[in-house]
Design a binder for this molecule. Structure first.
Ligand code: FAD
Length: 504
């Protein structure tokens, strides 16, 4: 990749040094021809970064691999832990609990999805939950962890995982990485942005101390402010708050408890939900809610009441609006990170969307100049990406029977995008889920949330009707037994981390 990338761009400038800025700088410094393209990053310590973003999905592993980062070094440097999925409490109805595992459920047989077999046995009296056949869910509930086995015959080969980590430490780690590869960092607050009068392209930046920074291509990683894409180029924001109404988060860190859990917990509250994300030495907590339905003081009280250990930081309040930009790439500027959009952190997708923004740019690298066709394709792909993730997140709110507050009645009864109605109806009819081209969430993710929140299909796949249910039940029993036996031998999550990070 490095040698074959044509050398046309001479100067790339990145605005912002949060996760988005440093992930972009690190990836470009690795992938583009060093020495030929100068990369500069401007950030302001005075403004600072958002400082949250601790939970990820498995694609993060690929990003680190692309950069050649050692996993054990990364875990150590970022206070990282492993994540096998998300436990959702009180979402479908009060008192409910389900697990959305990475890596799916059971094993598909004869080309038919595993959940169809499970649905068949349910009708015949099976009382096991779908997640009882997920190796990730079984391990997570016993607080166990190990890396996936290579042997495809082992149930442990189906383990999939991601990380929880300290996002500020990760940005610092990537800064070092990028600077070692020639990225120049400039400290200072941008006071004004200049545009070419003929094209409207961004020409340069002027900092408060008078320093000027030029560039041919600019990455806007300036966070919610969207300094270049929104403020300067006037790109309009697609507001999705009628579907995702939460607009405020209050966050607080707490002491680590005796168990370092290998999963994120999300507990639905009266007008939103609360997260619990364990890193090695502390637990990150946050209460996300909609301030049209709840006052800030009550929200703070709910956050504090929902903690399971002592706070070790002040409570911080962050306001946001859900949605994304109408264009992610406008003129000579690409928005990555919060400047491009935000969909609330329910399924930990923000850092993934940053990754996608970077990898789409690299795959569409403008070797023949900044042609509109490249820009349009980038915008098409990123819009699709945001819309697909949006639908999956809306599903969690829509698929509820909660009736205990105006917030839940609103999300339960709201109109949803046609694309989501289509997916939910297909599932309700015959348990069918189809994964769209390049869609992030797998069929088993959709099934986990739909079933977990009480959507059950009217019938199972008719192809299975002729298979004796007793035979299917036997296969399911032996799968479950194999998982339980394998998990029983696994190390405790905290012990695994200790050994793994000592290996360096
Ligand atoms: P920021 O971190 O805000 O960085 C902006 C940068 O721009 C800073 O360096 C700032 O100094 C610079 N800047 C701005 N204006 C100027 C200026 N005028 N001059 C110079 N520099 C400037 N994501 C996940 O993947 N998982 C999660 O669990 C998760 N949880 C979240 C919880 C909440 C409540 C929120 C709000 C977000 C969460 N996210 C999560 C999203 C995640 O935090 C962000 O996607 C990620 O941190 C990237 O942020 P950023 O770099 O775009 O912006």
């Amino acid at each position: 990749m490095k040698d074959s990338t044509p050398n046309i761009l001479k100067q790339i400038t990145i605005v912002g040094g949060g996760s988005a800025g440093w992930m972009t700088a690190a990836a470009l410094s690795r992938m583009l021809p060093t020495g030929d393209v100068k990369i500069t990053l401007v950030e302001s310590e005075q403004i600072g970064t958002i400082g949250v973003g601790e939970a990820t999905i498995p694609d993060m592993i690929n990003f680190n691999k692309l950069l050649g980062i050692s996993e054990s070094e990364f875990i150590k440097a970022t206070n990282g832990t492993f994540k096998l999925g998300i436990e959702f409490n009180d979402w479908g109805k009060l008192g409910d609990s389900y697990f959305h595992p990475f890596g799916g459920h059971g094993v598909d047989m004869n080309g038919v999805d595993f959940h169809q077999y499970w649905l068949h046995t349910l009708a015949a009296g099976n009382t096991c939950d779908l997640e009882d056949y997920s190796i990730c869910a079984v391990a997570a509930k016993q607080n166990k962890f190990v890396l996936p086995e290579q042997n495809p015959n082992s149930v442990l080969s189906h383990l999939r995982y991601a990380y929880h980590f300290d996002a500020t430490a990760y940005a610092a780690y990537l800064r070092k990485y990028a600077e070692q590869r020639g990225v120049k960092r400039i400290e200072g607050k941008i006071a004004s942005v200049q545009q070419h009068t003929d094209t409207g392209n961004i020409a340069g930046l002027t900092l408060e101390d008078g320093t000027t920074v030029g560039g041919e291509l600019f990455f806007d990683c300036s966070g919610f402010r969207s300094l270049l894409l929104g403020d300067t180029l006037g790109v309009k924001f697609r507001d999705w708050s009628h579907w995702l109404p939460c607009n405020t988060a209050q966050t607080v860190a707490t002491e680590q408890t005796d168990k370092v859990l290998p999963f994120t917990r999300s507990t639905a509250k009266t007008a939103g939900w609360q997260w619990r994300i364990p890193t090695q030495q502390r637990v990150g907590n946050g209460h996300i809610y909609c301030d049209r339905f709840m006052g800030h003081d009550l929200a703070r009280q709910i956050l504090l009441d929902g903690l399971d250990s002592k706070p070790i930081s002040e409570v911080r309040t962050i306001q946001f609006k859900t949605g994304c930009q109408e264009a992610f790439w406008e003129k000579n500027c690409i928005g990555i990170g919060l400047s491009a959009g935000f969909l609330e952190p329910l399924e930990s997708t923000s850092l993934f969307l940053i990754q996608q923004g970077i990898s789409r740019f690299i795959s569409l690298y403008p070797d023949a100049g900044l042609h509109p066709v490249i820009r349009n394709e980038y915008n098409r792909l990123m819009t699709r990406e945001f819309e697909q993730v949006r639908d999956f997140i809306i599903l969690h709110y829509k698929a509820t029977t909660r009736d205990d507050s105006p917030f839940w009645r609103y999300v339960r009864d709201m109109e949803i995008p046609d694309s989501l109605t289509h997916k939910m109806t297909l599932f309700q009819q015959g348990g069918r889920v189809f994964r769209d081209d390049h869609e992030l969430f797998t069929r088993s993710s959709w099934v986990a949330v739909m079933v977990g929140q009480g959507i059950f299909p009217k019938t199972f796949d008719p192809i299975l009707a002729n298979i004796p249910v007793a035979d299917i039940q036997r296969s399911l029993n032996s799968m479950k037994q194999a998982m339980e036996q394998s998990v029983a031998r696994l190390p405790d999550h905290a012990m695994f981390i200790e050994k793994y990070t000592a290996m360096q």
